[in-house]
Design a protein around this ligand. Sequence first.
Ligand code: CTP
Ligand code: MG
Length: 233
Amino acid sequence: MAARTVAVVLAGGLGERMGAGRPKQLIEVGGRPILAHAVAAFDAHPGIDEVLVVMAAGHLREAGVIAAPFRSVTGVVEGGATRTASTVAALRVLEQHPGDARVLFHDAARPFVEAPVIDRVLAALDGHDAVAVGVPSPDTIVVVEDGVVASMPPRETMSRFQTPQGFRLGTLRKAYELALADPALRATDDCGIVHRYLPDVPIRVVEGSERNLKVTQPLDAVVAEHLATEDPP
Ligand code: CTP
Ligand code: MG
């Protein structure tokens, strides 16, 4: 199979912090589900050949209905108990793709990812096997241990990670092979897996966007509704 560019939209979570009684990616903002916004961003992007949706067990039918109008969606698959397990479920579906295929993992809970952010990830994958999206932190971030400040990294070196995170599929596969063989594996994001298990692979960080927020708790849903209905900048 020729190398394709696949976007995996991770919607396998249950949204416990949101407390909406159903996965937060099913909540509507601006008249359509958060998941639909996220899928639409990749479906509309000319650099993406295929979109795969990973959904929480018990909500596959709802995800199928939401995904149906999007031509580039090739599947809705059942996720796992952790984000890592949901990523592994996607990697299994992508087994037939060659190692040089590009794959972008995106949080379904980020409905407002914009085309320029996706552009930057794809462009950076020409020179790197792993790419993250970051934004500067307006707050000082410190390391706290046992309730006291252990260290204060300079604020200008700090970046808040967003998604999508992009990879050459072969590199991500190798990182996950090592991770899954490690009994001490703790849940982390996909760049975290590469950083830990393939420390020699540089992870390029490109600029994200403040609009690309992750809907996590009830206040975020209020902000998301506002962003969904305002005019684009
Ligand atoms: N995710 C996933 N599979 C899981 C857990 C999370 O695909 N088992 C996805 C979520 O659906 C979300 C993204 O990973 O799009 C980021 O996770 P998070 O914001 O933590 O979402 P939830 O896990 O759903 O929320 P919470 O942690 O509050 O339960
Ligand atoms: Mg979670």
